[in-house]
Design a protein around this ligand. Structure first.
Ligand SMILES: [Cu+2]
Length: 167
């Protein structure tokens, strides 16, 4: 093999490595959830607001909301986000807890593309966590968590928490 042939083979090999890396990388990027592809289901939520009471800036409080799949097909939840970076949310399905969601624009694609699947007849727990120390305030506050579902009667839901933060 002369030097030119070696160079060409080397260049082809380098290209193949870069290309397979790109395929692996982009292949792992899930596309953003598309409502049209997520079927339809029906759901119920036990409440849409909760009062965390009076708390200190250094406290952390949370409230649970129960989401029940009342239909016969898979209930899907996605697009979970909070109204503020001091507010977080998790979704627990069948004993498995999602990563913590927070304000939109501050989450990576693994969170923005996350889809929770609740089997027919089962429930999920949406936990809203408020950590005032992230953005210290005093007085009454409300924060929201929003998410999308494949229930045509509840395509976009919002729950809220209220608290009174002591200075
Ligand atoms: Cu905040």
């Amino acid at each position: 093999m002369n030097t030119d042939t070696k160079l060409v083979i080397g260049a082809i090999a380098a290209n193949l490595i870069v290309m397979s890396g790109a395929i692996l990388y982009f292949g792992n990027q899930k596309p953003a959830p598309q409502r049209e592809t997520l079927g339809t289901a029906s759901m119920r939520i036990d409440r849409t607001s909760a009062d965390l009471g009076t708390m200190k800036v250094s406290d952390e409080r949370h409230a649970d909301f129960q989401i029940t799949n009342t239909g016969k097909s898979v209930l899907r939840l996605w697009n979970v986000g909070t109204s503020c970076d001091c507010t977080f949310a998790t979704v627990k399905i069948g004993g498995e807890v999602s990563p913590e969601f927070t304000m939109k624009g501050m989450m990576g694609s693994s969170l923005t593309n996350w889809i929770g699947e609740i089997p027919a007849g089962q429930s999920a727990v949406l936990t809203v966590i408020y950590r005032p120390s992230v953005m210290p305030v005093s007085g009454p506050i409300t924060r929201q968590v929003t998410f999308s579902t494949n229930d045509p009667n509840n395509p976009d839901l919002e729950v809220s928490i209220a608290a009174n933060v002591e200075s």
